[in-house]
Design a protein around this ligand. Structure first.
Ligand code: NAD
Ligand code: UDP
Length: 341
């Protein structure tokens, strides 16, 4: 198939592009590089020996997007492009709603006009809000609790309405839990700008000596060791989930929603300890106050994806940490400052 990947230069996008190419698909990426570097795609080309058609462009630039759909014929779209920092979304809600929601509306209009009705959308477990009714099933009532999460929830609503209005649409909504890890080559991985908000990249930078210590956000939760529990999922398992979803919607109309997680929760202290083992480096930590808006526990019931898609996560926390570390160690400053790469 010929697939348009929005946000394909980013963390999850670059790993999915690699997997799509390996599966024999042709890939065009549109990305404005607001949170990524084109180096990721160059490295994917190096790893796969295949070409990516890259368009540097913004989903908010309607003319640019329309021209792309006029120039090329796509069978399907995988839509990653979006802003994703929870804290920033509370400070700049309009920017988040415009980028994520309006960007998606532009994309959907161009798709419909071009007769492209197949879409895989990156949603998030954040749409479940503070629900601690674990394991979380897809039927859990949605209730995002920050602007970022609400952009995802609103886009899900738009896709639901669109699919109801026009039965030609074939839409897979994938609710990711906590994506971590990197391709096993260590050539591509997550490259957060500034101080990482998420636990794994922060821990990795402490292991690498870029930061002094991890602050554990609360140790008085009602969990086994008192720290927050999340469902970490290897980014290559996530990439495989996109292929499975694309295959599913190739001949099924309607909208489908699946959790992509392992079904297993790990605490902050478990992650610190697993990363210490994988890296062989000490990871000092201190306990700080809770971070506002954090749920104590969040993990998926991923059984619907297994039943419908035949997909399940295969890599465990220790592999997530060792692959994340291989990437971090080889690229201590991410894609930038890499002489000769
Ligand atoms: P990322 O920031 O690495 O990738 C997103 C990409 O989209 C970036 O390359 C960015 O430059 C691009 N982009 C953003 N706005 C754009 C626009 N208007 N036009 C064109 N390109 C634009 O993030 P990621 O971790 O790879 O996440 C991919 C998707 O998955 C996002 O939609 C995110 O909300 C969702 N998601 C991520 C996580 C996570 O923890 N990483 C969890 C759940 C869902
Ligand atoms: N966390 C932490 N220290 C950090 C970053 C995160 O203790 O520097 C905790 C956080 O409170 C949560 C877990 O690690 O319990 C995962 O947080 P992350 O931000 O990675 O994912 P999310 O909260 O969005 O699921």
């Amino acid at each position: 198939m010929k697939i348009l990947v929005t946000g394909g230069a980013g963390f999850i996008g670059s790993h999915t592009v690699l997997t799509l190419l390996e599966e024999g698909h042709e890939v065009t990426v549109i990305d404005n590089l607001i949170n990524s570097a084109v180096d990721s795609l160059e490295r994917v080309e190096g790893l796969t020996g295949k070409k990516i058609n890259f368009c540097e462009g913004d989903l908010l630039d309607y003319g640019r997007l329309r021209a792309l759909f006029d120039q090329e014929e796509f069978d399907s779209v995988v839509h990653f492009a979006g802003l994703k920092a929870v804290g920033e979304s509370a400070e700049e809600p309009l920017r988040y709603y415009r980028n994520n929601v309006v960007g998606t509306l532009n994309l959907l209009e161009c798709m419909a006009d071009a007769g492209v009705y197949s879409l895989v959308f990156s949603s998030s477990a954040t749409v479940y809000g503070a629900s601690e009714n674990v394991p979380l099933i897809e039927g859990t009532p949605l209730g995002a609790i920050n602007p970022y999460g609400r952009t995802k929830q609103q886009i899900e609503d738009i896709l639901t309405d669109l699919s109801a209005a026009d039965p030609r649409w074939r839409v897979a909504v994938l609710r990711y839990f906590n994506p971590v890890g990197a391709h096993e080559s260590g050539r591509i991985g997550e490259d957060p700008k500034g101080t990482p908000n998420n636990l794994l990249p922060y821990v990795a930078q402490v292991a690498a000596g870029r930061r002094d210590k991890v602050t554990v956000f609360g140790s008085d939760y009602n969990t086994e060791d008192g720290t927050g529990v999340r469902d970490y999922i290897h980014v290559m398992d996530l990439a495989a989930g996109h292929i499975a979803a694309l295959n599913f919607i190739a001949n099924k109309n309607g909208i489908f929603r699946w959790n992509l997680g392992t079904g297993r929760g790990s605490s902050v202290l478990e992650v610190v300890s697993a990363f210490q083992k994988a890296s062989g480096r000490p990871i000092p930590y201190e306990v700080g106050p809770r971070r506002s808006g954090d749920a104590a526990v969040s993990y998926a019931d991923p059984s619907a994806a297994l039943v419908d898609l035949g997909w399940r996560a295969r890599r465990d926390l220790s592999q997530m940490c060792s692959d994340h570390w291989a990437w971090q160690e080889a690229n201590p400053f991410g894609y930038t400052h890499q002489a000769g790469s």
